[in-house]
Design a protein around this ligand. Structure first.
Ligand code: F6R
Length: 242
């Protein structure tokens, strides 16, 4: 694992965007695995800025998002497609048909997940997967459990995740209880992984991800076994890492 300590969130974002930007420049038809949540927002900001400055071209880029809630319409403001449109897609020249996310409106979970896994496989696989880290060590919506899930699957969200996500919804009962997510295996098949972690509140879990045993109880700990992982974290998030 390569660990890069950023002075603050803005520097973290700039560094992450420079790694993603380098991928886009060196491989204009790359497949980017993308994440939602608050952590990558700054990174997307830099990508948009560099696109507008003429430094990046997304015309040939394809994207695969990590996850989405089950049952939210694509235009729902809390849905992850809406998030991606607002925070990145509408400001860059990525083609809408090249952007992929699990089909949140598909009620047949097995179909939604096997279709998405196939879409990723048929793209040739993810070249660079961007990840955020949940407070309980989750990546995508892979919650702590007894096994590492191999493929895309439907999950029932942990109470702590529903709690963390409820800030985005008007009422706690509006937070969906299930989601479709890439599996740990899907994530581990990405050629390169970029994990972004910001804030003191993630320092304990980040230490377990980097130095703790590899266990499905801390899903992100599996990244210790990936051959090409870069962690970019700010000082606060790294404050418990030796
Ligand atoms: C988002 C995702 C989640 C988040 C994680 C951290 O697509 O899959 O795993 O990356 O919950 O979220 P933030 O960045 O909001 O702390």
């Amino acid at each position: 694992m390569k660990i890069y300590k950023a002075e603050n969130y803005d520097k973290l974002s700039e560094r992450a965007a420079s790694i993603i930007g380098a991928e886009v420049v060196s491989n204009p038809e790359c497949v980017l695995g993308l994440a939602t949540g608050s952590t990558p927002v700054g990174t997307y900001g830099y990508l948009k800025k560099w696109y507008h400055a003429g430094l990046l071209d997304f015309a040939g880029v394809r994207s695969m998002n990590l996850d989405d809630y089950k049952g939210l319409k694509p235009d729902n403001e809390q849905g992850y497609y809406y998030f991606m449109k607002q925070n990145l897609f509408q400001d860059i020249n990525i083609k809408p048909e090249n952007t992929h996310i699990p089909d949140s409106m598909e009620t047949d979970s097995e179909k939604a997940c096997s279709d998405y896994e196939r879409t990723i496989e048929e793209s040739g696989g993810v070249d660079l997967q961007l990840l955020g880290l949940g407070h309980n060590g989750h990546i995508g919506f892979n919650e702590p459990g007894e096994i590492f899930e191999k493929n895309c699957h439907c999950v029932t969200l942990a109470a702590s995740t529903v709690e963390a996500n409820k800030r985005f919804f008007e009422r706690a009962e509006d937070v969906p209880s299930q989601a479709y997510t890439m599996g740990i295996g899907t994530i581990m098949r990405a050629k390169k992984i970029l994990l972004l972690v910001s804030g003191k509140d993630k320092s304990g879990i980040l230490n377990r991800v980097i130095n703790g045993p590899v266990t499905p109880k801390v899903p992100a700990s599996i990244l210790q076994f990936h051959p090409d992982v870069t962690i970019i974290a700010d000082k606060d998030a790294l404050s418990e890492v030796d």
